[in-house]
Design a protein around this ligand. Structure first.
Ligand code: SAJ
Length: 424
């Protein structure tokens, strides 16, 4: 099957790189987004998100005429839906963006089209999406009612790329192809073969949905194990980093790294999609989420007790005189993405409870997010912040922090949530 025109719905962290990669393979790509500012930026050959090298690929795709963005869907041979799937307040998945995207493309669908849901989704979401489209287009047939004979092919092919390495991983990672029927999988495979160099591995839609959730829950559960160990070791006066290094010398043990909590838009969200479908069965998965979500609070309590120690060693000092320098705000190392970052949550709460100066050091940004500015957190350079600090709290293991000269920390209380600071 040849795809003359491919449409990508949702031009965010996944949709835009995917659209650009198809365009770089000289396919005509129509990108659709509800945000007119993002659409205008892309049509100027620029990007509205941060991802290495994406600006170059988008610029080339737009100037060579292969990629164009719009706010209104247009006919295409294949549609890839890459919209957000957040959860609601009660951790229940919110399929609102998938619903509106499927209703928006329904009017332009024609016999033979392929629809792919790429957004991370709870089990059953692909069938639900197909049902929404069938309702809007009773003149077309869909796989849930017409199987292999359907006019429209539908599949779930979850993205699995790591932020910061998206362009490489999009091409090199294996792709799970979950068609609603074998024919749907076959057609979807021929679409991804345009750029995927990894294997395209075929399964059904429900397994593909569960596969993506499983991958992120596996990582979340393993990080929770490391985080729980760090709390246990703190109580038992054992260096958790050394402990993990030693345990990992066993040929079948591979413990991940503890941190201040789990951030990002995937690992802290996706396990809840399993819990919401099977609340009685998903006990370990839920507990892992709770352990990881509880870590920022544990770090704050730790800082409070260290501030208490500083005060107890200095008769005349008051809490307002104690300066806390917080190293790192992003959700993980060497990126500038602060969204859903446990570091931001910790700094924000610290500033609310600590009457003294709280300085954030984040070499990847020029301005603090509004919530931190509003609370009076200051953004400082590393040298100045360390010069002023009584307590140094390392929250992100950016390369810039791993080589701190131990001399600069002499006489200060250091809380290293990532095990990144070299011992003196
Ligand atoms: N983290 C730790 N300790 C570790 C590893 C990570 O505390 O040992 C923390 C990080 O600091 C961060 C969070 O976990 O706060 C998540 O970071 P990450 O690097 O594990 O993952 P993400 O969110 O950047 O990307 C994940 C990836 N999933 C897996 O590795 C199974 C990626 O492949 C997915 O495509 C992405 O989620 C997604 O979009 O779902």
């Amino acid at each position: 099957m040849s795809f003359q025109t491919i449409s990508v719905i949702g031009l965010g962290y996944i949709g835009l790189p995917t659209a650009a990669v198809f365009a770089s393979r000289k396919k005509k790509v129509i990108g659709v987004d509800v945000n007119p500012k993002a659409v205008a930026t892309i049509n100027q050959g620029k990007i509205h998100i941060v991802e290495p090298d994406l600006d170059l690929v988008v610029h080339a795709a737009v100037t060579e005429g292969y990629l164009r963005a719009t706010t209104t869907p247009e006919p295409a041979d294949a549609f890839l839906i890459a919209v957000p799937t957040p959860f609601k307040g009660n951790h229940e998945p919110d399929l609102g963006f998938i619903e509106s995207a499927s209703k928006a493309i329904a009017p332009v669908l024609k016999k033979g089209d392929l629809i792919i849901l790429e957004s991370t989704s709870p089990v059953g979401a692909t069938e639900q999406m197909s049902a929404w489209m069938a309702e809007a287009r009773p003149d077309l047939t869909f796989p849930q009612t017409h199987g292999e004979e359907s006019d429209i092919r539908v599949a779930h092919c979850p993205e699995r790329v790591l932020p910061g390495h998206v362009l490489r991983e999009l091409v090199q990672n294996d792709r799970v192809i979950g068609g609603m029927t074998p024919k749907c999988s076959e057609v979807a495979t021929s679409l991804y073969k345009i750029f995927v160099e990894g294997d395209c591995v075929i399964t059904n839609a429900r397994t593909a949905e569960m596969c993506k959730l499983t991958e992120n829950s596996f990582r979340d559960t393993n990080i929770a194990f490391a985080n729980e160990l760090s709390i246990i070791c703190d109580k038992l006066d054992i260096n958790v980093w050394e402990l993990i290094r030693l345990a990992n010398r066993h040929p079948r043990v591979n413990i991940l790294q503890p941190g201040p909590g789990v951030g990002g838009h995937c690992i802290a969200v996706d396990p809840w999609f399993i819990v919401s479908k099977t609340p009685h069965e998903a006990r370990l998965i839920r507990t892992a989420r709770e352990v990881n979500d509880g870590k920022p609070e544990w770090v704050i309590t730790k800082v409070q007790s260290v501030v208490g120690e500083v005060l107890s060693h200095n008769d005349n000092a008051e809490a307002k005189d104690v300066v806390i320098a917080c190293l790192g705000l992003s959700f993980k190392a060497d990126i500038d993405d602060l969204r859903e970052s446990p570091a931001v949550e910790i700094v924000s709460k610290l500033k609310r409870i600590h009457p003294g100066l709280v300085i954030a050091v984040e070499p990847h940004i020029n301005e603090l997010p509004f919530e931190l500015i509003e609370q009076g957190v200051s953004l400082g350079g590393m040298r100045d912040a360390l010069g002023l600090a009584d307590v140094v709290l390392l929250l992100v293991d950016h390369k810039a922090f791993t080589n701190i000269d131990p001399q600069m920390l002499a006489g200060k209380k250091v809380i290293d949530t990532r095990g990144a600071i070299r011992e003196a």
